[in-house]
Design a protein around this ligand. Structure first.
Ligand SMILES: NC(=O)c1ccc[n+]([C@@H]2O[C@H](COP(=O)([O-])OP(=O)(O)OC[C@H]3O[C@@H](n4cnc5c(N)ncnc54)[C@H](O)[C@@H]3O)[C@@H](O)[C@H]2O)c1
Length: 351
């Protein structure tokens, strides 16, 4: 089948555009990267050095009839105004995460997409992370029995990077930065379960105006709990994933690791007490070898290029949009509940 590439342009040529978008928009035959626009002239020079054409203004980019798709990679508080201008110019939009700063803004963006008859979707690229895909498969195939707790953690030790990410008014802080990825993943793992409550606590280890870490707990109907934790002042990381089910436990330590699963095969005889520091315990005595089985689930290597390939198909009317408006509504509601819970120090039940 001969491809009719989608003409694409990028607004905001910073970190994510340089390391992520430009690669896919140039490598994939499905796209034709027409050029970039950035308010910082140094970024335009960088683009030209990379062999990419540049526009002289956002207006010039949006007026280019060869551009069908605009990828928006500007700071978080500019996602809505830039997306609106692009959609009003008749362009499809792949916006960076977080889609917007709140649900009201999201509805404005979705209404603009409907009115213009264009696609508005978001770069939730971490749906294609190997660790996430490995864990998701294990859970969905029932490897652990009924899963009742999913712990998802990302630990760093360098605080919040850059400038605008440290400013509340610009949509800074770790909830809108890393949180949104973990909430999107939690939503997918919870499948169709109804979210019944949210509790969150923020950390300000670096003393800035935005939270540089947080712990969020999402509870779903039927008892599933998803913990999402992000911290930026931790020199010893915790495992990326720890999942508890009725029949076993899963541990996945780091992005590119295999997952280790320990499953119960049969009930154990009464445990013998084991020494535990200054006491003894039967409760915490380990399972005897014959009653458990240990599995290694090999790390999966999904291709994040599929996000762009699927977007191409959606634009050409050959397939669905992967990251839908309803999913964005859910993660935005989760995000808002996290902020409310941390601010009011209470469990939010009207999510
Ligand atoms: N999906 C991911 O994995 C991922 C990773 C990193 C960043 N992001 C998101 O991408 C966005 C950009 O992050 P970044 O790390 O690239 O930031 P960055 O600061 O490195 O780059 C932002 C760029 O936008 C430019 N800019 C600012 N306002 C503009 C405007 N109105 N018009 C044109 N250019 C403008 C800046 O000059 C800068 O070059 C953020 O929303 C961030 O949350 C997503």
């Amino acid at each position: 089948m001969s491809l009719r590439p989608v003409g694409a342009a990028i607004i905001g040529f910073g970190g994510v555009a340089q390391y992520h978008h430009q690669r896919w928009l140039r490598e994939l035959p499905e796209f034709d990267l027409r050029g970039v626009w950035d308010i910082n002239p140094a970024k335009l020079v960088k683009a030209q050095q990379d062999g990419i054409a540049v526009y002289r203004s956002e207006a010039e980019l949006l007026a280019d009839p060869a551009v069908e798709l605009v990828v928006i990679a500007v700071p978080n508080d500019d996602h809505l105004p830039v997306s609106l201008r692009a959609m009003q110019a008749g362009k499809h939009v792949l916006c960076e995460k977080p889609v917007t700063l709140n649900s009201a803004e999201l509805e404005t963006a979705l209404a603009a997409a409907r009115q213009a008859g264009v696609i508005f979707t978001v770069d939730q690229n971490r749906r294609w992370d190997g660790d996430f895909v490995t864990v998701r498969k294990a859970i969905e195939e029932g490897c652990l029995g009924d899963v009742y707790q999913i712990e998802s953690r990302v630990y760093g030790s360098r605080g919040i990077p850059g400038d605008w990410r440290q400013k509340k008014a610009r949509g800074g802080g770790m909830v809108l930065d890393w949180g949104i990825h973990l909430f999107d993943q939690a939503m997918l793992l919870a499948q169709t379960r109804r979210l019944t409550s949210v509790f969150a606590a923020f950390e300000y280890a670096w003393g800035g105006e935005c939270e540089d870490g947080f712990l969020a707990r999402f509870t779903y109907e039927g008892g599933l709990t998803c913990l999402a934790e992000v911290r930026t002042n931790n020199y010893i990381p915790m495992p990326r994933w720890y999942v508890s089910g009725s029949a076993g436990t899963l541990l996945l330590r780091d992005w590119d690791d295999d997952a280790a699963v320990v499953r119960i095969k049969c009930e154990d005889a009464d445990a013998l007490p084991v020494a535990a520091a200054s006491g003894v315990t039967k409760t915490m005595a380990p399972r005897s070898a014959g009653t458990i089985e240990q599995l290694c689930l090999p790390h999966r290597t999904p291709d994040v290029g599929d996000l762009f390939r699927h977007l191409y198909k959606a634009i050409r009317g050959l397939g669905p949009v992967d990251i839908t408006g309803d999913q964005l509504r859910t993660t935005m509601r989760m995000t808002e509940a996290v902020f409310r819970s941390a601010q009011e120090n209470r469990v939010i039940t009207d999510v």
